[in-house]
Design a protein around this ligand. Structure first.
Ligand code: COA
Length: 259
């Protein structure tokens, strides 16, 4: 049914595996569309009581938005890309009445880190790496990263990760509160499923209220998300964003001019 996703329902848990391992599961337009469809199933299929999002292969959860799609973008197309992803996928995950958990099995960079952060909580394998490296491309996160990273790890650490673009490992991510549990790669899915079985044995209406209320207790990022879409888009009109994406695709270091 899907070109870039594997889906499986077992014991009332829908496992959604992003399956583009040759591109480290980067989120292109089709992946976003398909994730939107899979998430609709979480909302509507009564057999599904919870979902897991993970990545195919041993190397990556998701290495970000697909940078090859960035080269042609201007401000309005850039903002449209961010808004579409936020609406179809990222906010849909966050607001799901059923629990959606990320099983982070490798690189979770840029849109991958944002995807994990949109989930209700995260488990990671001990080889996972997290980061928001958009700044290396002359860009910023566009799928909620500037808002949710602050919520999860606090202002100072978020500022550092966003401005350096540095990666952190699973142990550091756990120490910062970005992930709840770290496992071996072999145990990641079974431990995630075991935790979700505990949750889905509880009353579903109580679980959905908990999700709603915890989302309400964290500061409402609607204004921040909207501002992020606009500013993410605007950066595509800069020479540095063009240079950043081109340099990545040409496998060289970007030379930024400040314009
Ligand atoms: N968008 C598009 N393609 C991507 C990608 C992305 N975000 N991340 C990786 N790929 C592609 C690479 O271009 C390469 O494709 P190729 O084999 O056709 O050349 C393939 O996936 C494998 O990646 P590669 O870079 O060769 O692996 P590596 O082990 O040397 O490095 C990373 C791994 C994650 C450090 C590196 O791929 C990377 O920095 N990716 C981009 C991360 C990023 O900036 N994300 C934020 C985007 S907004």
């Amino acid at each position: 049914m899907y070109q870039h996703l594997l889906t499986e329902i077992a014991e009332n848990i829908l496992t959604i595996t992003i399956n583009r391992p040759e591109k480290l599961n980067a989120l292109n337009k089709e992946v976003i569309t398909e994730l939107g469809l899979a998430l609709a199933e979480v909302y509507t299929n009564p057999e599904v009581k919870a979902a897991i999002i993970t990545g195919a292969g041993a190397k990556a959860f998701v290495a970000g938005a697909d940078i090859s799609e960035f080269v042609a973008l201007d401000a309005s197309a850039g903002a449209a890309l961010a808004q579409r992803g936020q609406d179809l996928v990222f906010s849909t995950i966050e607001n799901s009445p059923k629990p959606i958990v990320a099983a982070v099995n490798g690189f979770a960079l840029g849109g991958g880190c944002e995807l994990a952060m949109a989930c209700h909580f995260r488990l990671a394998s001990d080889n996972a790496k997290f980061g928001q490296p958009e700044v290396n491309l002359g860009l910023i996160p566009g799928y909620g990263g500037t808002q949710r990273l602050v919520q999860l790890i606090g202002k100072g650490k978020a500022m550092e990760l966003l401005m350096t673009g540095n990666m952190i490992n699973a142990a550091e991510a756990q120490q910062l509160g970005l992930v709840n549990h770290v496992t071996t790669p072999e145990d990641l899915l079974s431990q995630t499923k075991a935790l979700l079985q505990t949750i889905i044995a509880k009353a579903p209406l109580a679980i959905s209220r908990i999700i709603d209320l915890v989302n309400t207790a964290s500061f409402a990022p609607e204004e921040g998300l909207a501002k992020e879409v606009t500013l993410f888009g605007e950066l595509f009109d800069t020479a540095d964003a063009k240079e950043g994406a081109t340099a990545f695709l040409e496998k060289r270091k970007a030379q930024f001019s400040g314009h």
